[in-house]
Design a protein around this ligand. Structure first.
Ligand code: MSP
Length: 624
C-alpha cells in the first residue's frame, strides 16, 4: 500500500513563518499516521523559486535571483528540521530536471493546441503572482493582499482550461472523497459553473526574466503556476521513472490552505487532464492561522509568528501538538500563547504526563519494574478494555477521512479515561488487598500508555522517542490490545511534559507576533552606509534595467556598482551625483559584472529616485 503526500512549494521571498510550518507539520503528521498504519509513503515539500516577487526581492538586495534563493533555502530546511518534519523530497524549482520537464509538458500542450498565443490586458498582483479581474478588485487593489496591482498589456500564451471543464466536473461529481473538507466541493463546482476563462501562462522575458523559457517561444517565460504546480508530478518520477510515478501518483493527496484553492482545484486538474495524467486522489484545503488583528498571517501583511522561539522554549512536540489540535481542519485558527500554554498544561502535562508517571512508577515500586501479569479483572476492566479496542478501530478511518481533530479528541479522551480507570480501581489500595488484581490493573494502564503513545506518535514524534525509554527502547508497535509482555523490565517515566508556569510566562516579553519588517538596532548597525559620488555610468549591454556605475567613496575607495535603475535614469543623468551607498554588502556578480555595493534609492509609485545628499559632505562619511 502506497501513499503520496504533498505540501505547496513555498515562495522564497523571505523567511518561512508559522503558516508554512503548519501545512508542512500537518502533512508530516498524516504521512506518519499512514506509515504507522503500514503504508509505504512519500512526502514532498519544497520551494517555488521563480516569479516576479523573488526577482524583485533579489534585485532589491543587489543579488542575482539564484544567489538570493540559494541564500534563503537553509531558513526553510532548518525550520522543518526544528519541527521534526521528515520529508522524502525537498523540491526546488531551479533544479535542472524540473526545468526540462516543464518545457516538455508545455511543448506537449502547445502541440495539442491547448496552449496558444493571444492578447492580454488586465490587472496583475505581483505580491500574489496572480491576475486579478476588474470585478474582483477592491478599491482598485488586490482583494487578497490589499496591495496595488499593475495593468499588464501584452501578447501572451494561454491555456484553454475550459476544454477540460466538463470532464473535470464529472470527476468531482462522481466522488465524495476528492475534496476535503466536503463543504469546499460546492465552492469548486460553483467556479466551474461560472465557466473557465483561458489561463494566461506566460510573461514577457524582457519584463520578467526569472522563469523557465517557453520551449516554442524563447521571448517568454512561463508564469509561475504552470511551473510550480508540476513539482507534484515531477518530484515523483514523471517523465523519468515510470514505475515509481505509476506506483505513487494515483495515491496523491495535496495539502494546502484556502488561499490557493483555485490554483489547485481548477488550474491543476485541468492541466493534468490536458497532460493525460490521472487526477490526484484527494485534496485537503485547510484554513488560515490568523495573526494579530484577525488578519491572515502573511509576509506581505507583516504580522507573522515565528515558530522558532516557541519551539526553542517549549519543544517541538508541544508546538506540533498545539497547532494540530487547536486548528479545526478546514476552518481558520487564532494563535495565542495563552491557548498554547493551556493546551500544554492540561492535556500534555496533566493528563498524559500523569498517566505516564503513575503507571510506570507504581510498577517500578511494587513489581520490581517488571510488567505484571494480567489475570484478574475488576468491574471496571471489561468496559475499559472495550473502549480501548474501539479507540484503535476508530482512529485509522478518521485519519483516512482527514478528521484529525476527531481522532485527537478520541485519543485524548482515552488518556483521560485511563486516569479515571486508575482512580476507579485505585491500584494504590489494591496493592495492599490483592497484588495480582493490582498487577492486572497496572498492566491495562501501561498498555494504554503504549497504545495512546503510538497513536500520538505522528503528532509528537520527538517525545515519542523519549516515551520509548519507559519500555527500554523495545516498544511493540502493533495496534492491538495485549501486546505487552509480562515479566519484561521497564523504566520509570521521567517528567516528559513539565508544566509551564503561566504567571512567569505572562511576565515575559510577548513572543507571539514577530513582525517580519522589524529588526533590532543591532541588525541595523551591521549595515554600513556611506556618502559617495558617481564618477562613471554606462548602460549594461543586453539589459534595459541595469546601469554599470563607478562610485567614489573617498580615500581612494572606488567601487563598481551595478544598479537596477536604467528604466529611471540615462547614464549621463546620474554622473557627479552625491548619493548614499550600502558599502559593506558582499560583492555579487550581475550579468558578468561584480557589484561592490548598492546605491540607495526610493521607489514611489512607478518612479524611482536615487537618495541624494548635500555635495558639501565629504565622501566616505558613514551614516550614523
Ligand atoms: N508558491 C505558491 C504555492 C505553489 S504550490 C504549487 C504559494 N506559496 S506561499 O509561500 O504563499 O505558500 C502558501 C501556503 O503556505 C498556503 O496555502 C498554506 O499552505 C501556507 N500558509 C501560508 N500562510 C498561512 C497561514 N496564515 N495559515 C495557514 N497556512 C498558511 O502560494
Amino acid at each position: 500500500m502506497k501513499k503520496y503526500f504533498t505540501t505547496p512549494i513555498y515562495y522564497v521571498n523571505g523567511k518561512p513563518h508559522l503558516g508554512h510550518a503548519y501545512t508542512t507539520i500537518l502533512t508530516d503528521a498524516f504521512t506518519k499516521y499512514y506509515k504507522l498504519f503500514g503504508y509505504d509513503t512519500k512526502f514532498i515539500t519544497g520551494v517555488d523559486e521563480h516569479g516576479q516577487k523573488v526577482y524583485e526581492a533579489a534585485v532589491k538586495m543587489g543579488m542575482t535571483p539564484k544567489e538570493y534563493v540559494d541564500g534563503l533555502i537553509p531558513a526553510f530546511t532548518q525550520l522543518f528540521e526544528k519541527c521534526d518534519i521528515d520529508y522524502d523530497i525537498f523540491y526546488r524549482t531551479t533544479n535542472e530536471k524540473h526545468y526540462k520537464k516543464v518545457q516538455t509538458i508545455l511543448q506537449g500542450l502547445y502541440d495539442k493546441g491547448d496552449i496558444y498565443k493571444d492578447h492580454y490586458e488586465g490587472q496583475y498582483c505581483t505580491t500574489c503572482e496572480t491576475f486579478v479581474t476588474d470585478k474582483d478588485l477592491i478599491d482598485e487593489k488586490c482583494p487578497e493582499c490589499g496591495k496595488e496591482t499593475t495593468l499588464l498589456k501584452e501578447e501572451n500564451y494561454f491555456f484553454n482550461m475550459a476544454k477540460y471543464a466538463e470532464e473535470y466536473e464529472k470527476y468531482i461529481n462522481e466522488r465524495d472523497d476528492f475534496i476535503y473538507p466536503k463543504f469546499r466541493k460546492n465552492e469548486v463546482l460553483g467556479i466551474l459553473k461560472k465557466g473557465l476563462n483561458p489561463l494566461c501562462i506566460s510573461r514577457k522575458k524582457e519584463k520578467m526574466p526569472w522563469g523557465i523559457p517557453l520551449p516554442f517561444d524563447d521571448q517568454f517565460v512561463t508564469y509561475v503556476w504552470f511551473d510550480a504546480l508540476t513539482n507534484y508530478t515531477n518530484g515523483i518520477g514523471y517523465l523519468e521513472d515510470e514505475d515509481k510515478f505509476n506506483a505513487y501518483w494515483p495515491t496523491t493527496t495535496h495539502m494546502m490552505a484556502k488561499d490557493i484553492l483555485l490554483q489547485h482545484t481548477i488550474y491543476w486538474p485541468t492541466m493534468l487532464l490536458a497532460m493525460g495524467v490521472e487526477l490526484p486522489k484527494s485534496m485537503l484545503i485547510h484554513g488560515w492561522w490568523m495573526g494579530e488583528g484577525g488578519k491572515k498571517m502573511s509576509k506581505s501583511l507583516g504580522n507573522v509568528i515565528d515558530p522558532t522561539e516557541l519551539i526553542d522554549t517549549y519543544g517541538s512536540s508541544s508546538f506540533r501538538f498545539y497547532v494540530l489540535r487547536e486548528m479545526s481542519l478546514g476552518h481558520d485558527g487564532v494563535f495565542t500563547k495563552e491557548f498554547f500554554i493551556n493546551r500544554h498544561n492540561t492535556e500534555l502535562a496533566n493528563d498524559f504526563g500523569n498517566l505516564l508517571n503513575r503507571a510506570s512508577h507504581m510498577i517500578a515500586k511494587n513489581f520490581e519494574s517488571k510488567i505484571p501479569e494480567c489475570n484478574k479483572k475488576t468491574e471496571f476492566c471489561g468496559p475499559f478494555i472495550n473502549e480501548f479496542n474501539d479507540l484503535m478501530k476508530t482512529v485509522e478511518p478518521l485519519i483516512y477521512d482527514f478528521e484529525l481533530n476527531k481522532a485527537l479528541d478520541n485519543i485524548m479522551r482515552m488518556i483521560r479515561n485511563t486516569n479515571k480507570y486508575m482512580e476507579d480501581t485505585a491500584p494504590w489500595k489494591l496493592i495492599k488487598e490483592d497484588k495480582e488484581l493490582c498487577g492486572s490493573v497496572l498492566y491495562n494502564a501501561l498498555e494504554s500508555v503504549r497504545i495512546t503513545s503510538l497513536l500520538l506518535s505522528p503528532v509528537i514524534p520527538k517525545k515519542f522517542e523519549e516515551i520509548k525509554d519507559i519500555f527500554k527502547g523495545d516498544l511493540d508497535m502493533t495496534l492491538e490490545y495485549g501486546k505487552l509482555e509480562p515479566g519484561k523490565k521497564i523504566n520509570k517515566a521521567v517528567s516528559l511534559f513539565p508544566k509551564i508556569d503561566k504567571e512567569k510566562e505572562e511576565k515575559k516579553e510577548p513572543v507571539k507576533v514577530v513582525d517580519d519588517n522589524l529588526i533590532g538596532i543591532e541588525d541595523f548597525g551591521k549595515v554600513e552606509i556611506k556618502t559617495g559620488k558617481i564618477i562613471k555610468s554606462d548602460n549594461v549591454e543586453g539589459s534595459d534595467r541595469l546601469l554599470l556605475t563607478e562610485v567614489d567613496l573617498g580615500n581612494g575607495d572606488i567601487r563598481q556598482i551595478v544598479a537596477g535603475i536604467a528604466k529611471f535614469y540615462h547614464p549621463e543623468d546620474i554622473l557627479n551625483k552625491h548619493i548614499l551607498v550600502a558599502s559593506n554588502l558582499k560583492p555579487v556578480t550581475i550579468m558578468g559584472f561584480e557589484s561592490q555595493g548598492m546605491l540607495l534609492s526610493v521607489k514611489s509609485g512607478k518612479n524611482l529616485r536615487l537618495v541624494e545628499v548635500d555635495p558639501e559632505l565629504s565622501l566616505g562619511k558613514k551614516l550614523v
